[in-house]
Write a protein that binds this ligand. Structure first.
Ligand SMILES: [Zn+2]
Length: 422
């Protein structure tokens, strides 16, 4: 084992990381300066090929699984040693930015190369990973859900969605839905997961902090709410007989937004999807479907918001003599993340003289799926003007270098310390 003073001085090679970042940003580059690399697309496949080359050139051992998670392992001499996992995602949203995901992948790769070059023999294996479809072009968190063995036959054969195109896209990676179901890893071998990511908001910038220590990843629930009324002539129907489903939906949303503002100020609500039937200006709407999403960083409060949402929908339907159906589509619990690793990130920031702050992540990340099984942590670096999922997404290069060095030091301290720290 190397002497202790060697480790605190170890820094990544920023020129080499910059060369990687710039090269990767060319794959799927758009005229607006962003990238278009939806999961399993031709450009995603090209980014994967690039990543495989980089892993091989860096002397890492290639690894992949049934959901197409791609990784390179820096092995330690003891084959039974635990594995420490670092990485992020190469896929993007449609017409997204260059930084979301890519920063975490190139930083993880650079950490592994730096450790290898310094001839450090870690007490754990180090695995650098690209998770498939983090952005949910096909299936939100496909990679981390597959990795943790949480994708079921039911998910793949959900009769409400046509999975034919997804199956076809999987063949680009040489995979079938059978492979997806068998992607689960032996999670008892993993002792930690660490991800560097852009903040995607402007709280770090506002606070003039250089590093964000992610306190929690917020929980999220998505509901389909359907109001049923009765179609009728819009002008001749007597007011006391009128059953207007859209009126119910509008009343519901109005109450819901008010609820979050007044009773759950730390919560989030969004409705970005509404369908009105039969959809004619002179017919009273007979059916309105809304998809509503709520988020909160405290699981018990998220549950309370869920109850409130359904109660309010029910009350609004009753007040207007409508019928109402509420169906929970997705529930992703709050991820509390590893306290030990959060403390280590803070200690590293103190020693490096960096301004840091704790903040929750309102966006979802693979760490929220892994955290139930593997102690996980995330490091944020500032997004200029808080813009993300846009070609205008931008993070200063010096912020990325700082974040990568904090990541390197955090992972070294974690693997040399108590590797099973909860
Ligand atoms: Zn991301």
């Amino acid at each position: 084992m190397p002497s202790a003073p060697v480790i605190p001085q170890l820094r990544i090679n920023e020129q080499r990381m910059k060369a990687d970042f710039d090269e990767l940003a060319l794959i799927g580059a758009t005229a607006e300066g962003g990238i278009n690399r939806p999961a399993l697309s031709v450009t995603d496949v090209a980014a994967r090929a690039w990543f495989v080359n980089r892993l091989e050139e860096s002397g890492l051992t290639l690894n992949s699984d049934g959901v197409g998670n791609l990784s390179g392992v820096l092995p330690c001499p003891n084959p039974d040693a635990p594995i420490f996992l670092i990485g992020s995602h190469l896929d993007s949203v449609e017409n997204g930015g260059r930084y979301d995901g890519a920063v975490g992948v190139v930083a993880a790769l650079e950490c592994a190369r730096t450790i290898r070059e310094a001839n450090l023999t870690l007490p754990t294996h180090l695995e650098v990973i690209n998770f498939t479809d983090e952005e949910g072009s096909w299936f939100s968190f496909l990679g981390s859900l597959g990795f943790t063995g949480q994708i079921t036959e039911e998910d793949l054969n959900d009769s409400k969605r046509d999975n034919a195109a997804f199956r076809l896209a999987l063949t680009r990676l040489g995979l079938s839905d059978r492979d997806v179901l068998q992607a689960g890893r032996d999670l008892s071998r993993y002792c930690g997961f660490l991800e560097l990511h852009i903040e995607q908001g402007d709280r770090l910038e506002q606070a003039q902090a250089q590093i964000g220590v992610v306190s929690r990843i917020v929980g999220r629930s998505t509901y389909n709410i359907t109001f049923y009324g009765e179609a009728a002539h819009s002008a001749t129907i007597s007011p006391h007989r009128k059953k207007d489903a859209l009126h119910g939906a509008v009343l519901f949303l109005n109450h819901l937004y008010g609820m979050v503002d007044n009773d759950f100020p730390a919560g989030m609500v969004n409705c970005g999807d509404m369908s009105v039937y039969p959809g004619a200006y002179n017919i009273v709407p007979s059916r309105v479907m809304l998809r509503v999403e709520i988020r909160h960083e405290v699981e018990s409060v998220l549950r309370e918001m869920e109850r409130y949402l359904v109660d309010v929908a029910y009350d609004c339907a009753e007040a207007l003599k409508l019928r109402m159906d509420a169906e929970r589509i997705i529930h992703r619990p709050v991820a509390n993340l590893s306290e030990a690793m959060k403390a280590t990130i803070e200690q590293v920031c103190e020693e490096m003289g960096l301004r840091y702050m704790r903040l929750p992540s309102y966006a979802g990340h693979d760490g929220q799926i892994l955290d139930r099984f593997i102690p996980s942590a995330m490091i944020f670096v500032p997004s200029v003007d808080g813009i993300s999922h846009s070609p205008l997404e931008y993070t200063r290069w010096e912020s990325i270098v700082t974040g990568a060095n904090v990541m390197l030091q955090t992972l070294l301290r974690t693997v040399y310390g108590d590797v099973h720290a909860p």
